[in-house]
Design a protein around this ligand. Structure first.
Ligand SMILES: [Zn+2]
Length: 103
């Protein structure tokens, strides 16, 4: 497998994992507040900072999945909707890359 194929696989998986995180966040909104706060402050933050450098949390992961994509030669792609440059783009549509805020 060449680096570009690894990058594609990592990007696809990154997008799937971020979709799963959205589902988990949605479900957690119905949990009691103290349970929700603990989850958000620990494992949700840890997973999201490990997946990408583009997140809402303070600090980050020493090496995120986005960093690994960059190390393998993956480049930042420009979102066709808002123009933001990001390592974390989706190619689920036929028009071109979309950033996480636009897909
Ligand atoms: Zn965008």
């Amino acid at each position: 497998m060449e680096n570009k194929d690894i990058v594609k696989c990592l990007r696809d998986s990154q997008n799937k994992m971020m979709e799963i995180m959205s589902e988990l966040r949605y479900a957690l909104r119905c949990a009691p507040e103290h349970v929700q706060n603990r989850a958000m402050g620990y494992w949700v933050a840890q997973i999201e900072t490990a997946l990408s450098n583009n997140h809402e949390w303070l600090g980050g992961c020493m090496t995120s999945l986005s960093d690994t994509i960059r190390e393998l030669g993956g480049t930042e792609e420009e979102c066709i909707s808002c123009g933001e440059l990001s390592y974390n783009v989706s190619y689920d549509n036929d028009d071109g890359p979309l950033c996480k805020d636009c897909y």
